[in-house]
Design a protein around this ligand. Structure first.
Ligand code: GLN
Length: 213
């Protein structure tokens, strides 16, 4: 089963994508909720807030331990910041993926945008990429594979144990990233599930065409 860290941020959007893939999922609010999970998604939101709540619940230590024991992790946006070993100008949080990130690297909330790119490891189709007050991955260490490089930064990367994206696949119609993460976790998709499933009824701000570029 895959869990979604449910302390702050876009939790339901991830649960919704897993559900559309026919995958069982669990909200993770306290240490015991990690039991028997194959993977855990750290959602987008506010990394400082999630980090504080994680520490209060003792989940930071538990997640680190579970990761050493084989739990796969996927951090989207704030979640990616939580996983980085170096956060420019600040102290790191979980520090499990060797990379340097810079928070709010595109500017303010108003500089949020939507773009498209092919991420070959994930899907041959171009995917919509939603950046909301996103960080940039400036550098990755040895053992970290770059999945998508754009302009002067890295937007997606992975290690054997973790996936990081600075954008939000959970806010787009495609479930390709969720399917990819499930495979990384060794969780099989029900055979009837296709990766470009319909039925997504997201009504987020990303629909506003003025934000597209
Ligand atoms: N700006 C947020 C942070 O630094 C991340 C934003 C997001 O997750 N969309 O934590």
């Amino acid at each position: 089963m895959i869990g979604v860290l449910d302390l702050q941020g876009d939790v339901v959007e991830h649960l919704d994508h897993l559900d559309r893939l026919g995958l069982a999922a669990r909200r993770v609010k306290e240490a015991g909720d990690l039991e028997n999970l194959a993977g855990l998604i750290l959602p987008g939101g506010e990394s400082t807030c999630i980090a504080r709540l994680m520490a209060e619940a003792g989940l930071d230590r538990e997640i680190r331990e579970a990761f050493q024991g084989g739990l796969k992790l996927w951090g989207t946006c704030a979640g990616a910041i939580l996983l980085a070993t170096t956060v420019k100008g600040e102290r790191p949080h979980l520090g499990l993926v060797e990379m340097v990130v810079e928070r709010n690297s595109f500017g303010s909330q108003l500089d949020s945008f939507v773009t498209q790119a092919v991420v070959p490891a994930i899907s041959p189709e171009p995917l919509e990429l939603v950046f909301i007050r996103a960080p940039k991955i400036l550098e990755v260490g040895r053992g970290v594979r770059v999945l998508l490089r754009l302009e002067d930064y890295i937007a997606a990367a992975e290690t054997d144990g973790a996936l990081v994206t600075v954008f939000h696949p959970e806010l787009t119609p495609s479930a390709a990233f969720h399917a990819y993460f499930a495979a990384k976790c060794g969780v099989p998709l029900p055979s009837e599930t296709s990766r470009t499933i319909g039925g997504w009824s997201g009504t987020s701000w990303t629909r506003y065409s003025s934000l597209r570029r």
